[in-house]
Design a protein around this ligand. Sequence first.
Ligand code: FNR
Length: 419
Amino acid sequence: SSVYRAGALGTRPWVPVAPVRLERAARRAMSRRAWAYVAGSAGTEATAAANRAAFDRWHLVPRVLRDVATRDLSTEVLGRHRDTPLVLAPMGAMGLVRGDADVAVARAAAAAGVPYVASTQASAPMEETARAVDGAEWWFQLYWSKDDELVTSLVRRAEAAGASALVVTLDTHVLGWRARDLDLGHLPFARGEGIAQYTSDPVFVDLVRRRAAAAVASGPRPRPTPAALATLASIARRHPGRSFAERLRSPLPRAAVETFLDVFSRSDLTWDHLAWLRERTRLPIVLKGIQHADDAERALDAGVDGVVVSNHGGRQVDGAVGALDALPAVVARVDGRVPVLFDSGVRGGADVAKALALGADLVGLGRPWAYGLAVGGSEGVDEVLRNVLAELDLTMALVGVRTVRDLRDDDVLVPATGR
Ligand code: FNR
């Protein structure tokens, strides 16, 4: 209510509250490349639109005279009491948006009582962001590398640095068709913006050293891998004047990027591989990118501790089902056996309320926090989070529920077509 009161009393917020204005301000604050990368989705961006449209298909039904003078946003998920039902969706390459991105974001998340999720593609090593949250909860998001030793090393580091869950993202074993990035000749990871977890990893550094040594030994023109060559070629085709390789003239950074492109992920993973990971960590494992009830069932069979219904903000499969449309079937199938998290398309507190009412246990906020970061750094993220939570609190009050649980149990959501 303090957020609302400040607004009503004429204190104008410097980070826009309205999602559309926040987006506009962020666009102004970002480079073209950063904007394309963050705002862009796959192909025609139909999935991103479907994510929003899915929210419009559900209507909240306000109930009155139910004594909602005190509300409680807290919840218990993955064995922990939490002050809020929010989590920060992991976003990589945020160094594109702002230099100190990850540390600033981690700090803001901790201050708002929302878990920070360090991406494998972060622009700062997880040990740094772990220090920034200063004892508050954070999770590590894993992209499953082709190199087993590297996977093991990343997981060990997450454990040692104090992560309390492992989010394994399954929907991005290859990068989607990101038309906006392609038009700018921009692949952020290939330019090194999202490889800090790798370059701070002893296993990765060893791979790079070996590659760089081999490159030096083979003469002045090191031979890149086929994957690196394909990337370089596509960038060169689009921007004949700007040689990407120029930035990577010395063998070491070049070898780092090539090694990254080589080991980033594997497309041959199957459900059987989860047993391998399960054996290697005691951290709760949460699978991100589940969109089919049968996959949720298999996740449970594999002994995971949670699933995230998400389509990566529409950045992977163009023309895919809106994430919120996929949520009810997964919730029904999981039937309370493990937590079901949700992200993709959440822009405000009322969206969070709808996802919770449809059975999500925690809701991930994605792009809006990146926009807050662009506009106002750590304080910008903090403000965005507080606005979302304030709107959620007001929405709960106005629909007549006191707790997150009641949003689901009480009859406050109907399909937009009526009943
Ligand atoms: C992402 N997302 C993502 N997910 C993940 O598991 N690891 C990552 O490194 C990233 N990186 C990333 C970068 C950017 C710029 C975006 C927009 C998204 C996906 C993210 O966690 C989440 O699923 C989406 O952001 C949700 O969609 P909305 O709500 O942001 O549209």
